[in-house]
Ligand binder design. Structure first.
Ligand code: 13P
Length: 253
């Protein structure tokens, strides 16, 4: 009942030409996929070109971040209106790299999540603990803090149009994936939290992606878990064949 959602976060990679090469190969490889929602998040500079290239296909467009204001004197920022204008349906908010390198906090994440909804963009809100937090046994406290404060003030309708990405920071770009059991434990915890904050019905419908060193070899085991509804893929989304294999995780290869 929850349609899997697999998104490629290209991070700060790909010129326009490279982005087009990637997405043009990808769209052919995944053209027959109907059972998975496919999303790509190119850098801002390639959004328009990629958006044009995927028109009429089964691939949707996401941005990697945005500011919450509609317009104004905010040098260097991109607004929700601009993302809508270029054809984005999704926007990643609160990625750990933004929290870690660019001062993103639960408060700014919450403002962005609310601004996304105000403009009809679906946020993919990222949460997850750092290695030292996992090792000191506070994973659930950290994840709860991210979830509760990031989603503050959302209506049930808005929650249903929000995707949560659980990305343990220690698994990002390290080759050290969370085991399906480790991920499932946190995903289940997040769904229980959503049940408390919203309702059981809402919690059952919200999609929770896992992210962190996903590869064609480990996606099926993760997706087999009852509370894992998709993936947010970094490195392995930069090549059309590996991302297509991940999207097609359910098929024999
Ligand atoms: P990797 O797949 O490269 O570990 O990155 C995960 C991620 O941060 C996706 O947003």
């Amino acid at each position: 009942m929850r349609k899997p959602i697999i998104a490629g976060n290209w991070k700060m990679n790909k010129t326009i030409g490279e982005a087009l090469e990637l997405v043009n190969s990808l769209k052919e490889l995944v053209a027959d996929v109907t059972d998975v929602e496919i999303v790509v998040a190119p850098p801002f500079t390639a959004l328009q070109a990629v958006g044009e290239a995927i028109k009429g296909t089964n691939i949707k467009l996401a941005a990697q971040d945005m500011f919450w204001e509609e317009s104004g004197a905010y040098t260097g920022e991109i607004s929700p209106l601009m993302l809508k204008d270029v054809g984005c349906q999704y926007v990643i908010i609160g990625h750990s790299e933004r929290r870690g390198y660019f001062g993103e906090t639960n408060e700014t994440v919450n403002r962005k999540v609310k601004a996304a909804h105000k403009h009809g963009l679906k946020p993919i809100m990222c949460v997850g603990e750092k290695l030292e937090e996992r090792e000191s046994g506070v994973t659930k406290e950290v994840v709860k803090d991210h979830v509760v404060n990031g989603l503050k003030g959302l209506s049930e309708e808005e929650m249903l149009n929000t995707v949560i990405a659980y990305e343990p920071v220690w698994a990002i770009g390290t080759g050290r994936t969370a085991t399906p059991q480790q991920a499932q434990e946190v995903h289940q915890f997040i769904r229980e939290l959503l049940g408390e904050i919203f309702s059981k019905e809402v919690a059952e419908q919200v999609r929770i992606q896992y992210g962190g060193s996903i590869k064609p070899e480990n996606i099926a085991g993760l997706m087999a878990q009852p509370d894992i509804d998709g993936g947010l893929v970094g490195g392995a989304s930069l090549k059309a064949d590996s991302f297509a294999k991940i999207v097609k995780f359910g098929r024999s290869r």
